[in-house]
Design a protein around this ligand. Sequence first.
Ligand SMILES: [Zn+2]
Length: 244
Amino acid sequence: MPQAFPNAVARLRAARLARSVKPFLARGGPKGERCNGCRLVPSHCICTLRPDVPTRAGMCLLMADIEPLKPSNTGWLIADVVADTFAFGWARTEVDPALLALLNDPQWQPYVVFPAEFADEARVVHEVTHNDNKRPLFILLDGTWDEARKMFRKSPYLQNFPVLSLHPEQLSRYKLRRAQSEAHLCTAEVGAMCLALADDTQAAEALNAYFEVFTEHYLKAKQQLPVDLADDVHLRLNAATHAA
Ligand SMILES: [Zn+2]
């Protein structure tokens, strides 16, 4: 099923912008313009590369206030790849009734994705349980590390769900690759690991490859260099998208 467009994060971004008093300024191309579909400058747009892959799992992004406005936010990429992605702005004092309805929908088994050391031991799981009647719904807390911890502590409606803690050895593999800049995984990488645990293998690979393509286009745009659409990351994305 092709994902709805604009995607869930794009819709949240539009709602957040509509509430803004001050304009949010993100640097764009020579005239400041950015593609509405992918937020990159038009010369480095990735919209035609968006993978269309089947996914059984769902994603629920709880986003800190300005997170959907950041062009570097990678929850956006999850929303592009996973058809059933839901995105909500997080606030300590209020909760969107649509979020509560989603969490109560019996077709889903929600998992809060968070490190084990911050959760009660009894809630912590490291695997996704297979259940023919319930699809996994991964709740990702998308913000800075401080914001994510606050969301985890101050969202009573999350407190009855298992906490899915990703294995440290899986984390370290990623850290090695991006050791220079990333203290912890970005949201798209966490999402890809969740999809892999849910046996959504093709979607996991497509999201990883799409993230790498996005990163390359983002950096090349910053450096004002062209991208090579036939290089390894693009071939990897193409292979993941067209795997039968
Ligand atoms: Zn685009």
